[in-house]
Design a protein around this ligand. Structure first.
Ligand SMILES: Cc1cc2nc3c(=O)[nH]c(=O)nc-3n(C[C@H](O)[C@H](O)[C@H](O)COP(=O)(O)OP(=O)(O)OC[C@H]3O[C@@H](n4cnc5c(N)ncnc54)[C@H](O)[C@@H]3O)c2cc1C
Length: 381
C-alpha cells in the first residue's frame, strides 16, 4: 500500500482502475486512429462523477489534487485521450477558484464539476509559447468592457468548449507584460474557432486556432482585478502541475504493461524474450523510474493538498512534471524497442504511447521551462 494514499483514495484508485480496464482500454486505439472527440468517454466520466474530484468540498468534491492525480494516472495508463478529458475539465477551475468573482464561480464551477459545461484555456500564439509576456492579442478598454483583437493557436478543447479563458495584453501597443484573462463565451460576435491541428499525439481532443475580431467582452468577464488576474491564473496553473506529472506516470505504467505482455509472449533463440538479461534490465529500469516518478508526483500533489504554495511548491511540482513526463518518454521509447518491428506497426498500441509521451514533455510549460524553475531554486540568483 502506498504511504501517500488514504482509504478513500485507495477506493478511488480501485474503481477507476477497473473502469479503465473494462470500459476505456477497448476504445483507446480507435480514438487515436480516428482522431475524433470521444463523446462516449466524456459521458462515461460524467456519469461516474469523476469530474468533481478536485473541487472544494462546498462543490461536493474531495478537495484533493492527489485524488485527481490517481484518477488521471489510472485512465492515462490505458488511454491518453480519455485522461485528457478529465484534465481539460480541471484546467479552468483553478483559475476561476483563485481569481474569479462570486458570480463567475457560481456561473461556471457547478457546470464544470458535473460536466454540463466545458472550458478551454488559451495562452499560446504563433510567435509566443514559453515566452508568455510576448503575446500580442490585445484587450482595449471600451466603456464598461474590453475589445479583444488577435489570434491564438493550439487551444485544446476549444471546438467543444462553452467558454475559453483567453489571455490578452492590456498594456500599450508593442509593450510586453500587463496581461489579463478574459472569459469569452462560445458564440460571442467576432470570436471564431479556426481549423484543427493535425497532430501526431493527443489526437482525440482537437487543438484549434482562435480568432478575435474586435470581440466585445464585458468587464464582469475579466478574471480577477485588473492586471492581477493573469498572475493569479498562472499561480493556479502551477498549483495543478502535479496532474501533468500524473499523466506521465500513467502513460509510463501503461507502456511498461504492454511491453511486459509482449516480451513474455514472444520467443527468440529458443527462449522467451523476457528471459534475456539485457531485456530484464530494461524492464527493471522502467519499473525503477516509474516508482520514482510516482513518488515525486504523489509528494507534490500531497503538498498541494496540505496547502503548500508559491516558492515552496514551484520547484517540487516542476520536478515532478519534468521527471514523470521524461520518464514517460523514456519508457515508451524503450517499450517500442522491445516490440521490435511490431512497435512500428499501427496494429499494436505501443507507438500511440510513444507519440503521446512527446506531447507531455511540451505542454503546460516545456520540460526546459520546468528545469529553469528547478535551477532557479537551487542556484544563487
Ligand atoms: C497537443 C498540444 C496541446 C496544447 N494545448 C494548449 C492549450 O490548450 N492552450 C494553450 O495556450 N497552449 C497549448 N499548447 C501550446 C503549448 O503550451 C506550447 O507549445 C508550449 O508552451 C511551448 O511553446 P512553443 O510551442 O511556442 O515553443 P517555444 O516557446 O517557441 O519553444 C521552442 C523550444 O525552445 C525551448 N525554450 C524556449 N524558451 C526557453 C528557455 N527560456 N530556456 C530553455 N529552453 C527554452 C522550449 O522548451 C522548446 O523546446 C498545446 C501544445 C500541444 C503540443
Amino acid at each position: 500500500m502506498s504511504q501517500w494514499l488514504n482509504e478513500d483514495q485507495i477506493q478511488i484508485q480501485e474503481l477507476v482502475r477497473r473502469v479503465a480496464r473494462e470500459r476505456v482500454a477497448p476504445r483507446a486505439q480507435d480514438i487515436d486512429r480516428e482522431a475524433k472527440y470521444p463523446q462516449d468517454m466524456f459521458d462515461m466520466l460524467r456519469e461516474l462523477g469523476l469530474f468533481i474530484l478536485p473541487f472544494p468540498k462546498e462543490y461536493g468534491g474531495t478537495d484533493s489534487l492527489l485524488s485527481a492525480c490517481i484518477a488521471v494516472e489510472e485512465i492515462g495508463r490505458v488511454c491518453y485521450n480519455t485522461a485528457y478529458l478529465l484534465v481539460l475539465q480541471w484546467v479552468p477551475i483553478g483559475a476561476i477558484l483563485a481569481g474569479g468573482s462570486k458570480e463567475q464561480k457560481d456561473k461556471y464551477l457547478p457546470g464544470l464539476s458535473t460536466g454540463v459545461l466545458r472550458g478551454a484555456f488559451s495562452l499560446t500564439e504563433p510567435q509566443s509559447g514559453s515566452d508568455v509576456a510576448g503575446i500580442r492579442t490585445r484587450a482595449k478598454r471600451d466603456g464598461k468592457g474590453y475589445r479583444l483583437s488577435g489570434s491564438k493557436i493550439w487551444c485544446t478543447n476549444s471546438g467543444n468548449a462553452d467558454f475559453v479563458l483567453v489571455a490578452a495584453m492590456t498594456g500599450a501597443e508593442g509593450s510586453r507584460g500587463k496581461i489579463n484573462m478574459f472569459i469569452v463565451e462560445k458564440g460571442t460576435p467576432g470570436f471564431e474557432v479556426g481549423p484543427k491541428e493535425d497532430k501526431m499525439g493527443a489526437r482525440g481532443v482537437g487543438s484549434h486556432a482562435l480568432f478575435f475580431d474586435d470581440v466585445y467582452v464585458p468587464e464582469e468577464n475579466r478574471l480577477g482585478y485588473e492586471d492581477t488576474g493573469f498572475r493569479v491564473t498562472m499561480a493556479a496553473l502551477n498549483d495543478s502541475r502535479p496532474i501533468m506529472a500524473a499523466r506521465g506516470v500513467g502513460l509510463a505504467q501503461g507502456a511498461m504493461d504492454h511491453a511486459i505482455e509482449f516480451i513474455t509472449g514472444r520467443r527468440a533463440f529458443g527462449q522467451a524474450i523476457s528471459d534475456f538479461q539485457g531485456v530484464r534490465w530494461m524492464i527493471a529500469d522502467m519499473a525503477i523510474q516509474i516508482a520514482a516518478a510516482r513518488n515525486l508526483t504523489y509528494e507534490a500533489a500531497s503538498a498541494v493538498d496540505r496547502g503548500v504554495r508559491g516558492a515552496a511548491l514551484g520547484p517540487l511540482a516542476a520536478t515532478a512534471k519534468c521527471f514523470a513526463t521524461d520518464t514517460a518518454m523514456k519508457v515508451a521509447t524503450d517499450a517500442v524497442q522491445l516490440f521490435g518491428a511490431a512497435g512500428i506497426s499501427n496494429e499494436y498500441p505501443i507507438n500511440r504511447y510513444f507519440r503521446d509521451a512527446k506531447v507531455l514533455q511540451i505542454i503546460e510549460g516545456t520540460n526546459q521551462i520546468q528545469r529553469n524553475i528547478v535551477a532557479r531554486s537551487v542556484l544563487p540568483h
